[in-house]
Design a protein. Structure first.
Length: 559
């Protein structure tokens, strides 16, 4: 950019579109939308102008550089002549000139009051300054006619300055539902597991501020073989406090397998993958419920604007009692939900469903004073598959119950991450006869490893001889360990006992995590059952479609 930039340019577009990059939230929204609008059009040159004045500017430059965007300082914008400024942040100081300014929402409409950086008061999020409205240059994209009515009531100078385009993000969420299983698989969520996603906006009335221990408490109460827990946290929280602080505050939850979704892009497939959403008054909660996901409201702040779609949602959504049995509440809302439960809320928030990108492209080219490209109007694309956002769990508090006669007993196994055991609310678990601590061989907390009754080799041994050698070494090295278990590649699992015996466990169906056969052997020993050819039914919670049959018998000598 600059008065003589043409001297070095390879692509000399007829029009220049400048994207204002002020916060991670607004920059991500522009990056998610813009490629579909101007793709394959050499007439349009796109440059990103970095505005460092926001309290939430941390991470913006890293995001732009990682994406490969050409960035110029904000102060240089006043020395250029762009044809259109596009921003998903309303709180920008636009230099004087006559080029139009198109403001996209970075959430759903104008539903939140936020601190005004220019005064000690609050302001309506999403609305540009009256001084810019008075110039006649500003255009505000809205997703529903009700938002225009709201604007006119709060800011009469916005009259005639709105463009009804719909919501591209909502269209992508709905259109990506057929790919839900792909997203779940990429995130490490098994077919039989239920994914509970927690969404928090930013500020003192948000879910995380109101219930800072909710994530570890969920992980402590939801058996990890049946449930996964994820979190979508507003980018402003990451920007204001830093990724280090975020991960430090949620260290126990992360050790317990929390799927902490990255702030850029990945939250959308994470939301599509969810079976249950626990949220607050943020836009992600409204997106998820409107797309058909069962919802529990855990917080709802006074900064939510009355009369908006999120307030309509609060009037009909069930509330989470964070101090009661969390598992029961999750199970109840999943069982009682109907897909059309929040259809009226969605109709109040999103118009022109499925056509937002096409309408937005028309608006952009009209403001650029260019004809639209001859290519078909853009339609919502399937969301990209996310990278796995969690580390594996390496230690569990294991509860086992034995029922039935001694010939063909049933062993029920429930595992809970040991990292969050301090947050266990002592919710009754039935049946529970015995409990023990189990760890994998790469557990980093030495205190846990030395206290564990069961040690598990994380990667299956290539041969039975290798498995037996590891079992012997482990029982010798850790005198407090009662059992050591190793999978054997293609041949079940070997469980070594402190008294020198070794039990071979084979299962029907696909290979099991060796921690489950080890839990069955532990329960049978505690119940005084024989381990000589015994058939045992393994029941893993309530969400699997069928039980697993195990055969327990003494391992043959390997010579």
């Amino acid at each position: 950019m600059g008065h003589d930039a043409h001297r070095w340019s390879t692509f000399r577009g007829q029009r220049t579109l400048v994207v204002a990059a002020r916060t991670v939230t607004s920059t991500v929204r522009a990056l998610e939308t813009l490629p579909s609008l101007v793709r394959d059009d050499s007439r349009v040159t796109v440059v990103f102008a970095y505005d460092p004045t926001s309290a939430f500017n941390a991470g913006v430059l890293d995001l732009l550089r990682d994406t490969g965007c050409r960035v110029m300082p904000w102060e240089q914008l006043g020395h250029t002549t762009p044809d259109l400024i596009l921003s998903a942040s309303e709180n920008i100081d636009v230099p004087e000139g006559d080029c139009p300014v198109l403001v996209l929402p970075h959430g759903v409409g104008f539903q939140k009051l936020v601190p005004d950086s220019r005064s000690p008061h609050d302001r309506l999020s999403g609305v540009v300054k009256d001084s810019l409205l008075e110039t006649g240059r500003a255009w505000l994209a809205v997703s529903h006619p009700a938002q225009e009515e709201q604007l006119l009531a709060a800011h009469p100078k916005a009259a005639g300055r709105t463009l009804l385009v719909g919501d591209p993000c909502f269209d992508e969420l709905v259109g990506s539902r057929p790919h839900r299983e792909t997203y779940r698989e990429a995130m490490g969520v098994a077919e039989h597991q239920r994914l509970v996603m927690v969404s928090s906006t930013w500020g003192p009335t948000s879910l995380l501020a109101s219930h800072p221990e909710l994530l570890p408490r969920l992980l402590a109460q939801l058996p990890c073989d049946e449930y996964r827990v994820g979190a979508i946290v507003h980018p402003n929280v990451w920007s204001a406090h830093g990724a280090w602080q975020m991960r430090t505050l949620q260290a126990a939850a992360l050790d317990a397998g929390l799927l902490l979704m990255p702030t850029v892009h990945a939250w959308r497939p994470g939301l599509v993958a969810a079976d249950v959403l626990i949220g607050d008054h943020g836009s992600v909660t409204l997106y998820g419920a409107s797309a058909g996901t069962p919802l529990l409201l855990a917080a709802f702040g006074r900064d939510a604007v009355p009369g908006t779609a999120v307030h309509h949602l609060a009037a009909v959504a069930p509330r989470l009692n964070a101090h009661q049995d969390l598992r029961r509440q999750v199970e109840d809302v999943a069982r009682e939900h109907t897909p059309r439960r929040y259809a009226a809320v969605a109709e109040h928030a999103f118009a022109e469903s499925g056509h937002a990108l096409a309408r937005l492209r028309t608006a952009v080219y009209h403001l650029l004073k260019l004809s639209e490209p001859p290519s078909p109007p853009p339609s919502p694309l399937a969301l990209p598959v996310p990278d796995p956002p969690a580390s594996p769990v390496t230690s569990w508090q294991v509860s086992t119950g034995v029922t039935g006669d001694g010939e063909e007993p049933t062993v029920t196994v429930c595992r809970f991450p040991a990292a969050v055991s301090a947050h266990d609310a002592a919710v009754p678990r039935s049946p529970v006869s015995f409990t023990h601590l189990a760890c994998t061989d790469d557990e980093r907390d030495r205190r846990l490893a030395e206290s564990a009754s069961v040690l598990i080799l994380l990667r299956p041994a290539s041969t039975a001889v290798g498995a037996l050698r590891w079992i012997e070494d482990t029982l010798t090295r850790l005198p407090g360990c009662l059992l050591a278990a190793s999978g054997v590649r293609g041949n079940g699992c070997l469980v070594g006992l402190r008294d020198g015996r070794t039990v071979e466990v084979t299962a029907t169906g696909p290979a099991l995590d060796p921690g489950l056969p080890a839990a069955v052997v532990y329960a049978c020993l505690r119940a005084g059952l024989r381990l000589n050819g015994t058939l045992v039914t393994l029941r893993i919670g309530d969400l699997r479609d069928e039980d697993v049959i195990l055969r327990l018998r003494p391992a043959r000598p390997t010579g």
